[in-house]
Design a protein. Structure first.
Length: 237
């Protein structure tokens, strides 16, 4: 049997969630649960459809914002039946979370490209260079801010965003370890989470209307540099 099903003809599961609530059987009120696609395509034809839906979603989100964003319009822009969209995504909240996941992958790749340069006597230069590279992702793709804003729309999307940030923070913590060798790991984890949250927030702030991107990034560099200098000094006492 192929991946194409009746949903290609406009039929979809009537239990689709419309409000972004978590319906996972394993959901726990005390643990954030990540909103995920119903399935990921394995066949090339389905992969093209999946990618077309995400591309259309990103364009629509940038054009109209999240409140006017609908699954029907995404499918129309992608040139696909609405049932095909529901094969992969239960609702627009899951789509946005997948876009957030894509954006995170880009950020983590940028960080991986720099990984290994810390620590050094010139780690502040590393930090400046990294933030310059990272900020270029935001200036080159205005949809990043729209995705980030949409991720704040419901408790479930915010919880998914938290999971994404924690995943990146774990990567950051490993790089901070040589810079802060005597800092307890639990505190270093917290430091990494703070850094990730601040960077995301400031980069989204830097590309809002009327804001000087260069000035905001310069302030972010000062903030990050001062924070890490204090952390390094405290760790080496």
């Amino acid at each position: 049997m192929t991946e194409e099903t009746a949903s290609d003809h406009g039929v979809h599961d009537e239990t689709d969630v419309r409000d972004g609530a978590d319906t996972s059987e394993n959901s726990d009120e005390n643990e954030p649960v990540e909103l995920l696609p119903r399935r990921r395509p394995t066949q090339e034809r389905s992969k093209r459809k999946f990618d077309a839906l995400l591309t259309a979603s990103r364009e629509l989100l940038t054009d109209v914002g999240f409140e006017s964003f609908t699954c029907e319009e995404v499918a129309a822009r992608a040139g696909l039946p609405i049932g095909t969209l529901y094969q992969f995504f239960a609702n627009k909240y899951v789509i946005v979370c997948e876009l957030g996941r894509q954006d995170l992958a880009g950020v983590r790749q940028e960080f991986a490209d720099f990984d290994g340069e810390v620590p050094s006597l010139d780690w502040l230069r590393f930090l400046d260079d990294f933030l310059d590279h990272l900020s270029s992702l935001w200036t080159s793709d205005p949809s990043r801010r729209e995705v980030w804003l949409a991720m704040q729309s419901t408790p479930a999307t915010r919880a998914t965003g938290m999971i994404h940030e924690k995943a990146f923070a774990a990567q950051v913590e490993r790089v901070l370890a040589p810079l802060t060798p005597r800092t307890p790991r639990a505190r270093r984890n917290l430091m990494a989470e703070v850094l990730v949250h601040v960077v995301y927030s400031m980069l989204n702030f830097s590309v809002q209307d009327g804001q000087s991107h260069a000035d905001a990034v310069a302030e972010l560099k000062r903030l990050m540099g001062a924070y890490l200098l204090v952390a390094e000094k405290e760790s080496r006492r």
